[in-house]
Write a protein that binds this ligand. Structure first.
Ligand code: N01
Length: 491
């Protein structure tokens, strides 16, 4: 058994960021546990052809670790993965990280006032637990009849099988979300035939992606403040979008024109144009960016199938009209378990109640996206109501890190043994978020999406300007919490 003061689960952007901030603030006794073999989280796991970020590189990076060497305006997965690993090296976090360790469960023990973390490499105990696994870590395999009987190759977008050569093969891609619209142009030229199973057509806008010039690289390196200015410019433009998403969806009308023009530029066939034209308001689902997606759909060897899937056979996919389309391989690009992640069952708080049970009865709620009543001394990175559809999650992560570090400093300076957010504070915080959400495009936009839970409530996204989130997390508000010191309640 290993005892530490702070255990961080997950070595992606948020877990690594937490480790760096802890170290910088004099917290030496911590460990990161990660089931993978490297830093990067989702940017380590998603290696599908064409994987890239749809937030510009200079904003999609830590503010404390700017990278003047980004090769292009929107980075591709290998470069982001490398960046995260380089940052880990710079701050010497590798020696504090245990890779290849699968966390089986984490349980709060009121008697010892510690978390017990059971892993396949032994047990850890910790005074404080930071859950940094991210909402997009558990692949969602669709519950399609017969899918397990398929005799060809089948894999999820986040578990790409690089040993399987798609050259000349008949391939089906199920889904047309952010992952699929990058995969499809990434494989269309290589495969023999590609069927794209589209349930809902997404809004796809042009992507202003280009390599940086030598002069720009010189400026990023040599002109003081130039990179910061670029970040600020991108950030400010994105904040205008957040106004549209939350308060005035009509502000996003130009996206309809841009999306339709993007279709018209690439697709001349009228039937195909109609098939891929979305029927909901832009922003309701994530707005996607690509200059390559529609040209790929227009290729002769690519077909968009809009008849629903009835079942899968040993040799292919049968649609509801009874037609079977034979394929050699199926790529399942059907997203992630976000509001129903299996990890929720394995985090067990006071009274032996899991996060899954807690959220099943009361909805997925946290205070400031970070702390959950009944789960003392626990902090969730990218918890409920922190997700975004339009700007950098790294900004939200850094906002949470301010709050986390201030909390831990107060725990240290005030000799606090347990700290648990008050239920009424958590409830009123979430009620106010739900009130803001009522006007938002996620509710009023006429779509279903992973932003909503099974009851149709939007529990994953932050509504409004992201600087408001940052401001509210600048200081840890101890009075929102029940605190015990040496097992005695003090406030
Ligand atoms: O997953 P998704 P994703 N039968 O849930 C369809 C981030 N990300 O992996 O729309 C048939 O968005 C589903 O159809 P519908 C980003 O935050 C970022 O693509 O529900 N189809 C949809 O088309 C993103 O939002 C980047 O009708 C089924 C698709 O599968 C998040 O990850 C890149 C189905 C799932 O889309 C998730 O994106 C990649 C079924 N049974 C990901 N079930 C960048 O930064 C689901 N679908 C660029």
């Amino acid at each position: 058994m290993t005892d530490v003061t702070i255990a961080i689960i997950g070595a992606g952007f948020s877990g690594l960021g937490a480790a760096i901030k802890l170290q910088q603030n004099g917290f030496e006794d911590f460990v990161i546990l990660d089931r993978g073999s490297d830093f990067g989280g989702t940017w380590r796991d998603n290696t599908y052809p064409g994987a890239a970020c749809d937030v510009p590189s200079h904003l999609y990076s830590y503010s404390f670790a700017p990278n003047p060497n980004w090769s292009r305006s929107f980075s591709q997965q290998p470069e982001i993965h490398q960046y995260i690993n380089d940052v880990a090296e710079t701050y010497d976090i590798r020696s504090r990280t245990r890779f290849g360790v699968e966390v089986r469960d984490a349980r709060w023990d009121d008697t010892s006032q510690r978390w017990t973390i059971d892993t396949d490499a032994g047990e850890y105990t910790a005074k404080y637990l930071v859950g940094a696994v991210g909402p997009l870590c558990e692949p969602n395999l669709p519950d399609i009849k017969g899918i397990n009987e398929f005799g060809g190759e089948i894999f999820h977008s986040a578990r790409w099988n690089h040993d399987y050569d798609l050259t000349g093969k008949r391939v089906a891609v199920i889904g047309t979300g952010a992952s699929a619209i990058q995969i499809i142009p990434g494989i269309a030229d290589k495969v023999g035939h590609l069927d794209v199973y589209q349930r809902t057509a997404p809004w796809v806008l042009p992507r202003a992606d280009r390599p940086y010039t030598g002069l720009e690289h010189w400026a990023f390196k040599n002109i003081p403040g130039y990179q910061k200015l670029c970040r600020l410019g991108i950030y400010s433009a994105h904040e205008l979008v957040s106004f549209g998403l939350t308060y005035a969806p009509d502000v996003l009308k130009p996206a309809v024109r841009a999306g339709k023009a993007n279709i018209a530029r690439a697709i001349s066939d009228r039937t195909l144009r109609e098939k891929v034209t979305p029927t909901f308001k832009p922003g309701c689902k994530r707005i996607l960016l690509s200059n390559l997606y529609y040209p790929a759909l227009a290729q002769d060897n690519v077909e968009v199938v809009t008849d629903g899937i009835s079942h899968v056979t040993e040799t292919g996919i049968v649609t509801v009209d009874g037609e079977e389309r034979e394929v050699d391989a199926i790529v399942v690009a059907t997203g992630f378990h976000v509001t129903d992640s299996p990890t929720f069952e394995h985090i067990v708080g006071r009274g032996g109640r899991s996060l899954a049970e807690t959220w099943q009865s009361a909805g997925m709620k946290a205070y400031k996206g970070s702390t959950v009543h009944g789960f003392p001394n626990m902090f969730l990175m990218i918890g409920p109501a922190t997700g975004l559809g339009h700007t950098s999650m790294v900004y939200m992560i850094e906002s949470q890190l301010n709050y986390l570090v201030d909390e831990l400093k107060k725990i240290r300076s005030q000799s606090i043994s347990t700290i648990d957010v008050k239920a009424d504070v958590q409830d009123s915080y979430n009620a106010s978020i739900q009130k803001t959400l009522r006007r938002s495009v996620w509710i009023a936009g006429g779509c279903s999406s992973w932003y909503k839970d099974a009851d149709g409530n939007v529990t994953t996204v932050w509504p409004g300007f992201t600087f408001r989130f940052r401001n509210s997390l600048r200081t840890f508000d101890t009075d929102a919490y029940t605190i015990t010191r040496e097992r005695e309640e003090i406030s």
